[in-house]
Design a protein around this ligand. Sequence first.
Ligand SMILES: Nc1ncnc2c1ncn2[C@@H]1O[C@H](COP(=O)(O)OP(=O)(O)O)[C@@H](O)[C@H]1O
Ligand SMILES: [Mg+2]
Length: 636
Amino acid sequence: MGTNQETSKDGADPVAVRERVTAPVEAAGEMFRRFWPLTRPDRATLLAAAVLLIAAAAADTVAVLMFMNIIDGAVASGRMSAYWVPAVTWISVAVLAAVATSIGSYLSARAAERFLLRLRDDTFEHLQRLSPDFFERHPTGDLVARFSGDIETIETLVSSGVVQAAVSLVTVVFFAGAAFWLRWELALVVVALLPLLVQVTRHFSARFRTTTQDERTSNGAISDVVEQGVANVALVQAYATEQVEAGRLHTEGRAWMRARLAQMRLTATYTPLNDMFESFAIVAVLGVGTWEISQGRLTLGGLIAFATFLGFLYSPLQRLSGLVLSVTAARASSDRLAEVLETPPTVTDPPDGITTPAREGRLTLMGLGFTYPGAGRPALSGLSVEVTPGRLVLVTGPSGAGKSTIARLLLRFYDPTAGQILLDGIDLRDRTLAALRHSVTLLAQETVVVDGTVAENIAYGSPGAQPPAIAEAAQAAHAEEFISRLPEGYQTRLGSRGPQLSGGQRQRIAIARALLRDTPVLVLDEPTTGLDAAATAAVVPALRALMRGRTTVLISHDLRLGPLADDVLVIDHGHLAEHGTHADLLERGGLYAQLHHHQYGPVGPQGPRPVSPVPAPARVALCDPHRSFVGLKLGA
Ligand SMILES: Nc1ncnc2c1ncn2[C@@H]1O[C@H](COP(=O)(O)OP(=O)(O)O)[C@@H](O)[C@H]1O
Ligand SMILES: [Mg+2]
């Protein structure tokens, strides 16, 4: 069973594999194009670092030539007088090289770290603008891995030196030039060995890239399994599926291990192979060098200087070939970050968008239609409705009818694929997203408590809200009482380590948060689902306070809320099936009446019969002075 999975994974997609194996130079070029614009603010620093490091390389070259001078001029002939000039020159350039290297390395590291900071910030900012379907396609763990591991891989490349690479290249040119100048026949011997080295490096980097991609993918998969396992731990334990989850982790862990071992195998072969070539080169140089000295074409100092240049060449060359490997590794990570960065947000600010929020809250849906990206059939079509400011509209219908889709379109998580939505006569797409979201508040079914105090939670979305305003919102949301009983009141920390709030309490915090934002339009998606009768009873008055005086789109399959609404829209298969008041629709005996019948039994001549969905006797009076009587009875 495991083998099946393995073969399908390895033989996954031959086209993709071929596409992945590109030359490192091409990879470097691609990454350069991708990330160069991000370095703009640090280009002066980069330039300064490069100049300093190149100066250091030049100083090193001069130092070796002074070495040669001392050997040939002073050591060989035993003349002290010939010692001083090269010695002092050598010391001066050594000091220069030390200072230049130290400042240059710091500057290049600084540019690299600032680049990474910017890369992370930009990627996250972009990520937060992407539409919900992106997050459905990319599991959380995988995205988290991109922000940790992949950024780290790029950091290794960038800090180990894009600048260092340029400098290594210049150093190689300097030292190689000096070697040729000293004795070109000797240098040719070394050059003859180069193609072999290049071929080997190319072969290794191609394979290294494939394994790195596998390693990154497995890393994302591991984070994902752990993330889900922890998030769903209650379900896992309750259904005794620990072994299944452990098995999943093991499978991904094995894939990761295989990729790592393949990487290790490659490095373990590559490095010694490199060392071996170096020995070949040295032995060959000594042979040819001895021959040249015997023919009187080279001095001992010349040969030593030549060998020193070769030795000095070794480390920048080594660095360059190491860089080829980290470029290859970073390419995979860069692709994974680029996938985030290059996914365009499906909704964007219009050029010259209107920046003022709506004031009235008049909603007009005109021939509204929407098909989810990749979905075959539309989730909504031909929906036309007008909602006058301050009215409460109940949107109901069977599950999957398209109710939540309306909420997503009202908040512009997606843009309609047909028709349009006007808010105060202006198409939603003509306002900036910030202005739109200061016009419309969404209260989702799943209430989110962010990490922070109660006060911070209520003020989330209203930056700068003052404590009195926060308290007022909490009071209106009927949350004040339980907040005052928390250990530190408004300063109690909520979140994973804070006290556990009940569903109804969380919902009232969310209502206070929505109240504080005070927008003309309110969209509620199933605000009472998941709450029991007692919690609903506690939440409904808070909801009423929230809805008062605002255009409210209340999405619910709970028809006990029907009498509350000025208008009821019944959605079925993405179409507007019925439209009217609660009483009208019951009388009409259509879909609404049927749904009502399923929930609460037949409707008698005197109107809907109150039915108790739960035995707990709880009575909620929904009397609103601003509306005609709305009575709601829960329990017997
Ligand atoms: N992200 C999505 N991608 C594709 N189809 C979706 C997506 N979300 C919802 N749908 C489909 O759109 C239809 C309406 O969904 P939704 O508006 O959530 O229904 P509900 O009325 O239960 O709130 C359903 O058929 C659902 O399967
Ligand atoms: Mg829904």
